[in-house]
Design a protein around this ligand. Sequence first.
Ligand code: GDP
Length: 194
Amino acid sequence: MKHPKEEKTFVMVKPDGVRKGLIGQVISRFEQRDLKIVALEMFQPTHEQIHDHYPKDEAWITRLGEKTKSTYEKYGYDLIADFNTEDAAQIGPEVRTWLVDYMKSAPLVKMVVQGVHAVDIVRKLAGDTLPYRAAVGTIRGDFSIDSPVLANKEKRAVANIIHCSETPEEAEHEIQHWFGKAVLHEYKRFGVDE
Ligand code: GDP
């Protein structure tokens, strides 16, 4: 068993976060909550890197399609007009393509964030996936108003500033995918480790 302070999660500042000049603010929110940055890099991702980052299984892709479908139903928009289908399994791949295009549209900043309950705390600091719904005080709630109602109309992914792992297992997989053998640094933070 690892020490609770060694829990790690993976975070990326997405293209809108980089282009809005929010890299520093994102890092500050983690640091002010006593989390520790143990790896950090800006880079331009390849198509393959992004394609392999998001799950490719049918269940995940269909879930993405279901989310889009439910927004259309909630707001009374015409799914057939925009997608030519009502089948979530066919809508999902199109939304996944928007996501890959969005993630390649500017350099990203990837990091590993460490600390007690790092995965859950970072998700909480990030806020709801959909910024219009995210609570004030969260990263997505303070710096974006984007909504699937607009994003789907414009045939693009919802722009929500950062990506962060959902579970410790996903974090481990994503840290391996994005950092591979790169060194995760060790240091003692004042007030946290000593
Ligand atoms: P996350 O873990 O909070 O990033 O959320 P998901 O894994 O559910 O979705 C992945 C990404 O797809 C989100 O961060 C958004 O950028 C995008 N996204 C999610 N739902 C929708 C949607 O209904 N419409 C569109 N256009 N994009 C979406």
